[in-house]
Design a protein. Structure first.
Length: 208
């Protein structure tokens, strides 16, 4: 009961914080780092870290991460309304609803991943695959951006810089989440098929 109460407080609070800080990041941080504010991968990583760092059960973790990402969406648009006077209807229009639906899906997957990654009783392969999730989603977005190189609608230099940021961030979070060198290698290896899967899913949902 105490764990559930903790999740009920932490998930919405971090969702509110994520949405507000995300908008502030986009508005004031220059590219390529500012591009991370528009990254669905970064939100997925936030859901993963939420449950990795809290000792909640698997169902509670998945639900908490979904709540976090759903609340982050209207929090983002509310910040946009307060800071740059955007239309308040953005909080509940079709685009916001779509992002909240994607937030539920990403929250369930990455929230469960964060919980599995810290469970000592889970099979090692499953734990390592879970640890590969945050790096994989960042790598998948990097692949997506690489596919845009050459498109006259985008600056090649900016895309390359952003791809480097995503890859470095993906490698960095993998190194931070794993201690032993041999385990890091295994997690990075597992990230390869997950990257391909992530790229396919991002393409299917219209991010390509």
């Amino acid at each position: 009961m105490k764990i559930t109460r903790s999740a009920a407080l932490v998930a919405p609070a971090t969702g509110l914080l994520l949405g507000v800080l995300d908008f502030i990041w986009i508005k004031y941080v220059p590219f390529p780092f500012g591009g991370l504010g528009n990254s669905i991968a970064v939100w997925a990583v936030a859901a993963f870290l939420l449950t990795l760092l809290n000792r909640w059960s698997l169902p509670v973790s998945a639900a908490a991460a979904a709540v976090q990402l759903v609340i982050a969406v209207p929090a983002y648009y509310l910040a946009a309304t307060i800071i740059q006077h955007d239309d308040l209807s953005n909080l509940y229009d079709a685009n916001a609803v779509l992002w909240m639906i994607l937030g539920v899906v990403a929250g369930l997957v990455f929230g469960a991943g964060g919980a599995l990654a810290r469970r000592a009783d889970a099979p090692r392969l499953l734990r390592d695959a879970a640890l590969a999730l945050p790096g994989a989603v960042l790598f998948a977005e990097a692949v997506l951006e690489i596919g845009r190189i050459g498109d006259p609608s985008y600056s090649t230099g900016s895309l390359v810089a952003y791809v480097i940021v995503l890859i470095v961030l993906g490698l960095g979070i993998t190194l931070l989440n794993t201690s032993a060198a041999h385990r890091r290698a295994r997690v990075l290896l597992l990230a390869l098929p997950l990257t391909a899967l992530g790229y396919a899913l991002l393409s299917l949902t219209g991010f390509r």
